[in-house]
Design a protein. Structure first.
Length: 553
């Protein structure tokens, strides 16, 4: 049951004193200062409004820390969701997004209860890097209009039409807006180089807001773009739904859940490396699930663990999940008492923030490193990246994971060997008895040695090996000591091999079968109760059994 216990309860049971609270309060305030402009920018970039981003940071941020499986995880809206959220709103409206987010929360809870937290680590790095870099390109592209101040009533959702629309109105670029955006961008970059501990995002927003307000510069601001922003938190309610609507948004819900799970667990792993602890992956998924359900009920956006904010939390001295909870409390105070200040924030400054978010998401060094990998990995990376940018994130994830899985299985199939004695290479690293495995064979007995995991990618090769023998033996020995894994298709391949052997009048002996393959064979009704099928623990006993069978035959 410890696996499904929030880390908050664990840390409180260990003992929580005023010193720990002071450290968590300082860390929470620090992260809130970083999260404030970022949540606003992500809310706008997602096709919603800045208050939606803040609501998400408060509600989901609180629950991710309170119910999650990491000591220092900080959650809220992240760049990974911008593309998905924008597309869902465009296709299904904001109500459709709320329903998709709520369903994604349920999926995450089910995944956590089913103990699928460890499965996320099997998503290949080329796929993760490819779609993350693709999302970064899309986020940066979406901010060109606000950064340049282009006169464009609506921006197309697709990548190429979006750039075409930009070029069509490029003459409407406003120099004042560009200067504000460049100033904000330069401020963030300089502060990162000169004083990384300072909240560069917030300082850039404050400086540009003061300058724009003081000089009354003619630039677009949050107040001019969203003149009727609500104050405070809305009342919780379930989104409107019907069976047909659920069917429509379910694919998007799975995408949101997939992204939330990946980013949350990656963030938790990063935090573990920084503080030397271990997170509870399944509990983290459950916490993320409840957080997304609550966010949807309060009218917020999808949420997950944020790597950058979590790292900031650690560096600021956070000790327990209380820091993440306090970060949400500080943001709530801003929503309750200082929402009006958001109206002065220039849209170009928020665009500059998202440019920096996109740059951080791109992981360009890892992307370049993967380009030097073998053709298969490089192809998966570029395929996932291209589909993310030019087609759809959901398609990119599905195709990327599928192609990567097929590539892995092709490579694994190349490591599996099915050999009779005459085919074994003298350079192979085998035991002494492998080289002489045919020396003691009675006449009419054939032996095959299988090495490596035996799955559907290689199941058919067993019959091919039997056909290569040319004549039908009376007894066939299958040496399986070097087979660690057998899947359902592998079982079917073995079953077909056994049927063919029976038709030829041959008995089959399995030698040295390991526990997992033995259990799978039993599931496939291939055990010692079968007529003509025998199991022995080692090769010596297989020879003895073959001799006795030849005598009988």
């Amino acid at each position: 049951m410890l696996m499904f216990t929030p880390k908050l309860l664990t840390t409180l049971r260990e003992g929580y004193d005023i010193k720990s609270f002071r450290a968590d309060a300082i860390a929470g305030l620090t992260v809130a200062i970083v999260a404030l402009p970022l949540a606003m920018a992500l809310g706008i970039a997602s096709g919603a409004s800045p208050d939606k981003g803040l609501i998400t940071a408060v509600i989901a941020g609180f629950l991710i820390s309170a119910l999650g499986g990491s000591r220092v995880q900080v959650g809220g809206p992240t760049g990974a969701f911008v593309v998905v959220v924008f597309n869902v709103i465009a296709k299904h409206g904001f109500d459709g997004l709320l329903l998709a987010t709520l369903l994604a929360g349920m999926i995450l809870i089910i995944a956590g209860v089913a103990k699928l937290g460890q499965m996320i680590k099997f998503i290949p790095h080329p796929v993760v890097t490819g779609f993350t870099a693709g999302i970064a390109v899309i986020i940066a592209t979406s901010q060109v209009k606000d950064f340049l101040g282009l006169s464009l009533a609506s921006v197309p959702a697709d990548f190429l039409p979006k750039w075409q629309a930009y070029f069509d109105v490029i003459q409407s670029t406003q120099l004042t807006t560009v200067c504000v955006g460049v100033g904000a961008l330069a401020t963030i970059i300089l502060l990162r180089k000169l004083s990384p501990r300072l909240p560069g995002f917030l300082i850039a927003v404050l400086l540009t807001s003061i300058i724009v307000a003081a000089l009354k510069l003619p630039v677009d601001t949050v107040g001019s773009r969203f003149p009727h922003m609500p104050v405070g938190l809305p009342r919780p309610s379930l989104p409107n739904f019907s069976f047909a609507k659920v069917q429509e948004v379910l694919p998007s819900a799975f995408t949101i859940a997939f992204l939330a799970g990946i980013e949350a667990l990656l963030s938790a792993v990063v935090a573990d490396g920084m503080i030397g602890t271990r997170h509870r992956s399944n509990q983290e998924l459950i916490g993320q699930g409840f957080a997304n359900i609550a966010s949807a009920m309060f009218g917020g956006l999808p949420a997950t663990g944020a790597i950058a904010r979590t790292a900031t939390n650690v560096k600021a001295g956070a000790k327990t999940p209380v820091a993440g909870i306090l970060h949400a409390v500080f943001l709530l105070l801003f929503i309750l008492f200082a929402t009006d200040l958001m109206a002065f924030v220039p849209m170009a400054a928020l665009a500059a923030i998202l440019f920096m978010v996109a740059w951080g998401m791109s992981e360009y060094e890892r992307f370049i490193a993967l380009l030097s990998m073998p053709n298969g990995d490089r192809g998966v990376l570029l395929l996932t990246f291209g589909l993310t940018v030019f087609v759809d994130l959901t398609v990119a994830i599905g195709v990327g994971v599928t192609v990567a899985s097929l590539l892995f299985m092709a490579r694994m199939s190349n490591t599996v060997q099915i050999e009779n004695g005459s085919e074994i290479s003298p350079d192979a690293e085998l035991d002494d008895d492998d080289f002489g495995q045919r020396d003691a064979l009675p006449k009419g007995v054939e032996v095959f040695r299988i090495s490596g995991p035996f799955f559907f990618g290689v199941a058919g090769e067993l019959l091919d090996a039997l056909r290569r023998v040319g004549q039908s033996p009376k007894v066939i020995i299958l040496r399986m000591r070097l087979v660690p894994m057998l899947d359902a298709s592998g079982v079917e391949g073995v079953k077909e091999f056994f049927v063919q052997a029976q038709r030829a009048g041959a008995e089959v002996i399995f030698s040295g079968v390991q526990p997992q393959p033995a259990a799978m064979l039993a599931y496939g009704h291939l055990d010692a109760t079968r007529t003509g099928l025998h199991f022995v623990p080692n090769y010596d006993e297989a020879i003895g059994k073959a001799q006795s069978l030849i005598g009988i035959i």
